[in-house]
Design a protein around this ligand. Sequence first.
Ligand SMILES: [Mg+2]
Length: 425
Amino acid sequence: MQQTKRRVIALVDCNSFYVSCERLFRPDLKRAPVVVLSNNDGCIISRSTEAKQAGIKMGEPLFKAKYLIDKYKVKVFSSNYELYGDLSRRVMKVLKNFSPDIEFYSIDEAFLDLTNIQIDNIEAYIKNIREVILRWIGIPVSIGAASTKTLAKVANHVAKKSQKGVEEFISKDQSYVDEVLKTFPVREIWGIGKQLSKFFINNNFHNAFQLKSVDNSWVRKNSSVVVLKTIHELNNICCFPLNFSYTARKNCIVSRSFGEKIIEINDLKEAVVNHCITAAERIRSEGLIVKSVYVFIKTNKFKDGYTSLVKKIDLPIATNNTLELVNVCSKAVDSIYVKGLSYSKAGVLFGELEVKDNYEKNLFSHLNQNLDYLMKVIDDTNVKFGRGTVSVAAARINNNYKMKRSHSSKIDTSFLKFVPIVKTG
Ligand SMILES: [Mg+2]
């Protein structure tokens, strides 16, 4: 007999995502220990299971892990965000086929609302999603399904450890779920950070089961509304609905530390202009326009005489046009640059973003239409022939400002020349 409809939320999480992306083009590393480094080859930010087993810690600086890396012959990659971004988009696109109600939670995670989808066997359904992603994209994922986001996160943890790679609480008895919650540490619960978990442990709540049984009035008195919501979610009451308005972000920031220090204004400008182009492409692809632009340049903050210079520009008319924005950013560098300093970081922040269609047409909109068309042609050309095929002259490519990437796989799936050739026979 059909019961009242229960919510079904699935959390899809890519396994060791950056490592999986690199492995996609290096099948020889399938069972080898692999790590990926953060910007400028600083810290370890993604580890394969084998690297975890070798004792390499998350977030550890490269030099500290050197001994283990040598000992276990760990393969090291610099981060390649173009590749990860592209593969992330492909995974998300496939996921959309399984439910139109999707929240892109991070580069390697998405919540799917499956409530309105006719499903006979929930485990078979999510298992199929997993297999399709693996077959079509080549990225392994884990999927947890439950009636709330917080429980879907717990189910996902279980999925990660199981052979099947999937776990669902929907068809299970409450006693089964409670047994899982009893083994689930408070600090692992979604939204309970390090500080909060200390507070709860001090008050003798060690696992998710203990926390879900806590007296609500005690929580209200001693903690926050968000924690109360989390506790409701552990009790199958949905308090965190899916957020579909993924374009509604308010800011877009693009910044990088330089591989080597920069002194000359033209090199700084080049970096800022390239960040500006990237940010403009990003907001255009999301149908947004920008009202205020911040440009910043900084010296090394760990050295004496740390200097951070910022310029804010309020645009008379909001735009997403690269030519206008490059012009504004370039002038901003002129106005804040101080000679004689050695800069280690530059960036661009687009603030007060708005959805373009909501923005009232202004006096100059007939002029903008031509510029819009130009931008569309540039974006389409770059999608077709590879990033940076068409750009603006100020973004001359001399690589001075580029990040340190000594271990990069250099694969960019938007460039045909990087697609590996498979030999048969
Ligand atoms: Mg992940």
